[in-house]
Write a protein that binds this ligand. Sequence first.
Ligand code: ADP
Ligand code: MG
Length: 384
Amino acid sequence: MSVIAQVHTLVPRHAHSVPAPQVVHADAAKLRVAGISKRYGDSFALRESNLDIQTGEFVTLLGPSGSGKTTLLMMIAGLVTPTAGDIWIDGRAATRQQPYERDVGMMFQSYALFPHMTVGENIAFPLKMKGASKESIRKAVNEVLEQIKLPSLRNRFPGELSGGQQQRVALARSIVHRPSVVLMDEPLAALDKSLRTHMQLEIRQLQQALGITVLYVTHDQEEAMTMSDRICLMNEARIEQVAAPAELYFSPRSVFAAGFLGESNTLEGVIESIEGETALVRHADTVLRGRLMNDACVGARCRLMVRPEALTVSDGPWVALGNVIDAHVTSQVIGGALARTVMRARTGVEVVATRLTARSGARPQGDVRVSFAEEDSLVFGEAS
Ligand code: ADP
Ligand code: MG
């Protein structure tokens, strides 16, 4: 548990209104969201949620449309009032602060640049609001223009810039005043794929070089995987799991998480026995071994999930890995770097395997044996 210290600001005796005590977290995370929720009428846009972000971290809220990502971000920005819970920015209570009092920078999908101001004036805006001196503004704007590699565009107007350039200016404006946390809501969603990929790397490099703390929102799993130190996966107004990208991919804690990131084959069955962290699953007439991912009991119905790239397909008697199911190849597709083999298992379920394409690669045909390792099989039991 964190220690909370109450620091009372000194107030002159004659003051009519006494400001609320300033509450400071001793072990300050850069951003802390504690028990926060938002309800509209009878429905929750966000159920009670907790999240801590450390200095210099890049954390992404990832989830389907309507899962509550923007609501959470807007509450941190101060643009939506929480139904319950608290927000701490750099150890200071921010829940009741106005948006402009919070030490945050913001960047959104719509460029939201002021059309009548030049690039330089747009970027200077947050500093002007803070009352910075002319000289320090000039210095900070020059520095950030170098960082986003657009020094020559200082005197242009937003209407004279490409979409990518506009987003870069918006990025500069969100960081120029060195906020504690930069909030970004789908900032690249309007850009085409190649520019988006380019900007993802650029934002990530700048964030790392400057040690900025970012809370980013996207519904694009690839973008989240590419950019983040940690991903906060959201679904139906809840945080499902918070983990580093690789951990979320290889050790999802729910069927939703396993299904949302990447592709999975799903085999249904019943947990026949449990040996430590291993579940033995009866799937038709075979028993498959996998990692038990929740606290399900023997006898529970379950899903065994395994990634397409974890499957080895053999059309001989030879099998590579511990779990084996018999199947029949129904189609093969080369989709670029990956080749997909679609099969019908003897138990009726469709199974997909992927592997790297190779010019001379032998393709399994007809009846095959599909094998996969216990470590790659994730078992999710249903609550009884
Ligand atoms: P996301 O950003 O993940 O797509 P949002 O946070 O925008 O999701 O929305 C979460 C849920 O809250 C949605 O069901 C949405 O319809 C609802 N919601 C958001 N804003 C409002 C509002 N002002 N009034 C009523 N419902 C809202
Ligand atoms: Mg949104």
